[in-house]
Ligand binder design. Structure first.
Ligand code: MN
Ligand code: MN
Length: 469
């Protein structure tokens, strides 16, 4: 063969036989890229108004009520094309649209989580030390503690008072509000601290929020600063110190989402994990008018602490609903589950050129390479992972390709570099086909995480294509 011909043949064979990474900016048409930037605006407002699972549920309700979704109650008779939501204790949420096909063909659902790492107040939080009033905290989820010092923090939560009345608290989001603050040591005097590991430099019991310094009546009585703080809370919310016992109050970053980079291709925000998958699930199900299959979006709680509790993915509620629907339509719930398919929609760690060490470059995911499919998570030999089947991986791949979705595969770091899990295994144990699919994130679990606008949009398109398949 001529040299020129061989060159040509290699090019053809490479194209046919070898896989290559796709970048959203070089692969998508400009109208799609515009759509991605536009879609990000809605997502960013969702982030700014939803910094706790409760606030996300409230937003989900509002979004879907506008689209004609109605509250579902157990025992309800439902029919094709009808749209429902189930609000589970204001902390987790299920939305579904009844399909035209028999429920026995399975429910197609996307499950994401709306809780994010944060700093929770303890049940006896308030104390005074050297005339500074503090809230003691217990962090929630996997955090690098030092990252939560010296940043503005806002308090979000719900308090149930002695008489049973509940009040919602938000302090620190309005620009005229005060914020809360965790201190760190000045570098000049940090010689000993700087010798410690990153994990030990700031301890859990040091994550104390400064809540005030002015004593009540400007008096020098003992604990007058503490008294003044509770007095101010009492004036605004009518609460007393004992009410902290029946409260869920969290400190979250007081800053809002922003575009990152001169080209505005990225979004920085608190709580991308996993609102960046919850929001696309909502926008995708909002666009379902008369799906073939029954489609469902689950927004679960407590993923960051093991999906436990009655609002976590291990709660029976999600499959209770599927069971109730099956019963109502006189079909076998076991058959429904056996034929169901699920996207466990959660984030994965994007390759970060600043921190290449824990990644294996052939198998990790990349910013702007589209939605990421993760076959397995876990740690130490895939332990604790769902590990999706070849058949189901093949199925999803075909659905995404046919819908023109830019996608990539990913794994959570090098073998034995660490690891983590998602809600996938808790769904799979109900005999459902599940695969992880979501958005690559830079600085996951930091107070300010980063994602790509085009990846978020591809996730919306992927979930929608899955619902429509
Ligand atoms: Mn997550
Ligand atoms: Mn997480």
């Amino acid at each position: 063969m001529e040299k020129e011909e061989i060159k040509k043949e290699i090019a053809t064979l490479k194209n046919e036989l070898l896989s290559s990474r796709k970048n959203t900016f070089t692969s998508l048409e400009s109208d799609e890229l515009d759509a991605a930037y536009d879609y990000a605006k809605g997502y960013m407002s969702f982030l700014d108004a939803g910094k706790t699972e409760r606030e996300c549920v409230a937003q989900a309700r509002k979004m879907l009520e506008k689209e004609g979704f109605k509250p579902y109650t157990f025992g309800m008779k439902v029919s094709a094309g009808e749209k429902y939501y189930y609000d589970n204790r204001a902390k987790s949420f299920v939305a579904f649209v009844v399909g035209s096909e028999s429920l026995e063909n399975g429910v197609y659902f996307a499950a994401s989580h709306i809780d994010s790492p944060r700093i929770d107040l303890k049940q006896h939080p308030l104390y005074e030390n050297e005339n500074i009033g503090y809230f003691k905290t217990h962090y929630y989820g996997g955090i690098k503690k030092y990252q939560w010092t010296t940043i503005p923090l806002a308090l979000h939560g719900t308090v149930t008072k002695k008489d049973g009345e509940c009040v919602d608290i938000v302090i620190g989001e309005d620009m005229s509000d005060p914020v809360f603050y965790i201190s760190d040591l000045l570098p000049h005097l940090a010689r000993e601290q700087m010798k410690k590991t990153l994990g030990d430099g700031i301890t859990g019991e040091q994550l104390n929020l400064i809540a005030g310094t002015r004593p009540y009546g400007d008096s020098d009585e003992k604990d007058a600063v503490k008294l003044n703080i509770i007095k101010l809370l009492n004036e605004k919310y009518g609460i007393v110190e004992d009410d902290f016992l029946s409260a869920e109050i969290s400190a979250v970053p007081a800053f809002n989402s922003r575009d990152v980079g001169l080209d505005r291709s990225l979004i920085a925000s608190y709580g991308h994990d996993d609102r960046v998958c919850a929001y696309p699930s909502l926008t995708a199900i909002a666009e379902m008018d008369s799906p073939k299959h029954t489609v469902m979006a689950i927004l679960s709680d407590k993923e960051e602490i093991g999906s436990a509790g009655n609002t976590g993915m291990q709660s029976r509620i999600y499959f209770d609903i599927i069971e109730a629907l099956a019963k109502n339509m006189n079909v076998s719930d076991a058959v429904v589950r056996a034929n169901s398919k699920c996207l466990s929609s959660d984030v994965n760690a994007a390759f970060d050129p600043n921190f290449p060490e824990p990644m294996e470059k052939n198998n990790c995911c990349y910013i702007n390479n589209g939605v990421v499919i993760t076959k397995y998570t876990g740690s130490g030999g895939k332990s604790g992972s769902n590990d999706a089947s070849a058949e189901f991986c093949g199925y999803i791949r075909k659905v995404l390709d046919e819908a023109g979705v830019i996608w990539q595969t990913g794994e959570l770091g090098k073998v034995d570099a660490g690891g983590g899990g998602t809600v996938a295994k808790y769904i799979a144990s109900n005999n459902v086909d599940v695969i992880d699919l979501g958005v690559p994130v830079i600085s996951m679990h930091a107070p300010y995480e980063v994602v790509s606008k085009t990846d978020v949009y591809m996730t919306h398109k992927a979930i929608k294509a899955f619902f429509e398949a």
